[in-house]
Write a protein that binds this ligand. Sequence first.
Ligand SMILES: C[S@@+](CC[C@H](N)C(=O)[O-])C[C@H]1O[C@@H](n2cnc3c(N)ncnc32)[C@H](O)[C@@H]1O
Length: 179
Amino acid sequence: MVNFLTTPGAALTTRERLFLKELAEQTASAFECPTILNIGVEYGASIHCLRAGAPDVEIVGLDLNNSKMIANPGARLITADSTADSSQRLVEGDLPLVLIDGGHTYETVLQDATKWSVRVPLGGIIVFHDYTDIQTMQILKEMIRGVHPAVDEWFTNVTEYEWEEIKAPDSMKAWRRTA
Ligand SMILES: C[S@@+](CC[C@H](N)C(=O)[O-])C[C@H]1O[C@@H](n2cnc3c(N)ncnc32)[C@H](O)[C@@H]1O
C-alpha cells in the first residue's frame, strides 16, 4: 500500500495532500456513489490522496499519458485530452469532486474549468492545483504561469451555477457549488 503523504513525482505539499484526502472523505459521505474526477494523473500522487480519503468510491484519472502511474489504487484511468469535447462523454454522470491539475497553460486551464465545472452537482467542489505560485524553481514558475489568470477568468465570468470559495492550502484554490 502506497503512503499518500510520500508518493513521489508530484509537487503536492503535505497540506495539499491532506486537503485532497479530506475533500474525498467529505465527498464520499455527502454523495451517494460519487465519481471523483482527477485531471492530470502523472505518477498518481493526487489519486493516492483521494483514494486515502475515499477507499470505496469511483475515482477517474484523466491524462494524455497514463504510463507513469505508480501502484494504481483502483482508479479508472482514461487516456485522453481533458479539453476535448469527446472526453466529456468518457466520464458519465455528476462529478461532485473535480481536481484540475492537467495542462497548465492558460487556455487548457480555462477550458478545463469551463467544461468540467458544469458537471459539478450542488454541494460539489472544484479544486485547482498550482493557482498560487509557491514554486521555488524558475522553470516550474514558468510552467504554471497560466493557471492563476485562467482560474480568475473562469470565476469572474462563470454564469453556470453559483460558487463559494472554500479555504484551500498552499497553491490550491477551491470552490463549492452553492446553487
Ligand atoms: C502536474 S502533472 C499532474 C500531477 C498529478 N496530479 C499528481 O499529483 O501527481 C500534469 C499532468 O497533466 C497531463 N496533461 C497535460 N495536458 C493535458 C490535457 N490536455 N489533458 C489531459 N491531461 C493533460 C500531463 O500529461 C501530466 O501528466
